[in-house]
Write a protein that binds this ligand. Structure first.
Ligand SMILES: [Zn+2]
Length: 274
């Protein structure tokens, strides 16, 4: 009798609670994966980090160019990844995707995000800020130069400080590379100096597997012009990739593709987002 009461009052409710809890946990992960646009096939089953530290700092505080850097560090050893959006102010999918990436938590390594690198250019909805210098031709920048050169120097300072293993730079182009060679729309661009072409080729396959229309698939290009984020990354010994969506596609699709590219790259580096 006592045994029956024991089971009825303690064991059964406990089992039911455990079952409910495990289901709740699982559905939370699925919801989270859906929210960040993760394809099920590339959602690795990794245990979340026991703890993490999230911090935020401001580059060039008190100036028109001040911009936020979001840093998630974990106690688990792993790659340091820097994600940059908004280098150009008229490429919204990059900085809107980076806004979301800035809220992600990772299970290992360090994730640093500068979602809106060039605030004056974003405010103007133009490629450049008021000094009309192209931020993506201004690296490594100059602390005593024009506003855009000072901004480049501040972002380059983040690279020097954190020594990222990978830098992911989010951009957009007006036309499809497939239709107009040189236009860069729907491409992943990898510097010729890169040492991890196998990972980049896998990234191409992963991202394209989430895009239904073959005409919208990304192509892989090799190159890094002087003064770009990619060449700055090369100079600090980091691997880097540039994601270029095409502005002929709907904005929500482009944002999704940009987020997917970052998520897939983190996955290929052994990092789980949760
Ligand atoms: Zn751009």
């Amino acid at each position: 009798m006592l045994r029956k009461i024991f089971f009825a009052m303690i064991i059964y409710p406990l089992a039911a609670a455990l079952f409910a809890f495990s289901f709740w946990g699982e559905s939370r992960i699925i919801l989270r994966a859906a929210e960040i646009g993760s394809a099920v096939a590339i959602s690795p089953a990794g245990a979340p980090a026991q703890s993490y530290d999230r911090s935020r700092r401001i580059l060039l505080p008190g100036t028109a160019h001040e911009t936020a850097v979001y840093i998630v560090t974990t106690p688990v050893e792993g790659p340091v990844v820097l994600v940059i959006g908004g280098i150009h102010g008229d490429e919204p999918a990059g900085y809107l995707a980076a806004d979301t990436v800035a809220s992600w938590v990772v299970n290992r390594g360090t994730l640093i995000v500068i979602p809106r690198a060039h605030i004056p250019a974003i405010r103007r909805r133009q490629r450049n800020g008021e000094d009309l210098l192209d931020l993506n031709r201004s690296f490594p920048g100059s602390a005593s130069g024009s506003p855009t050169e000072r901004l480049a120097a501040a972002i380059y300072g983040v690279m020097l400080e954190f020594e990222p293993d990978w830098v992911i730079d989010l951009h957009e182009a007006l036309f499809f590379e497939r239709l107009r060679p040189g236009a860069l729309g729907q491409t992943l661009i990898y510097p010729p100096q890169g040492r991890s072409i196998d990972i980049v080729e896998q990234l191409l396959v992963e991202v394209n597997s989430t895009i239904q229309a073959p005409a919208n698939h990304f192509l892989l290009l090799r190159g890094a012009l002087r003064g770009t984020v990619l060449s700055a990354a090369v100079s600090v010994g980091a691997e880097s990739i540039m994601v270029e969506t095409c502005k002929q596609l709907p904005l929500d699709e482009r944002i999704q593709q940009q987020r997917q590219a970052v998520l897939s790259m983190l996955y290929l580096l052994g990092i789980t987002v949760y």
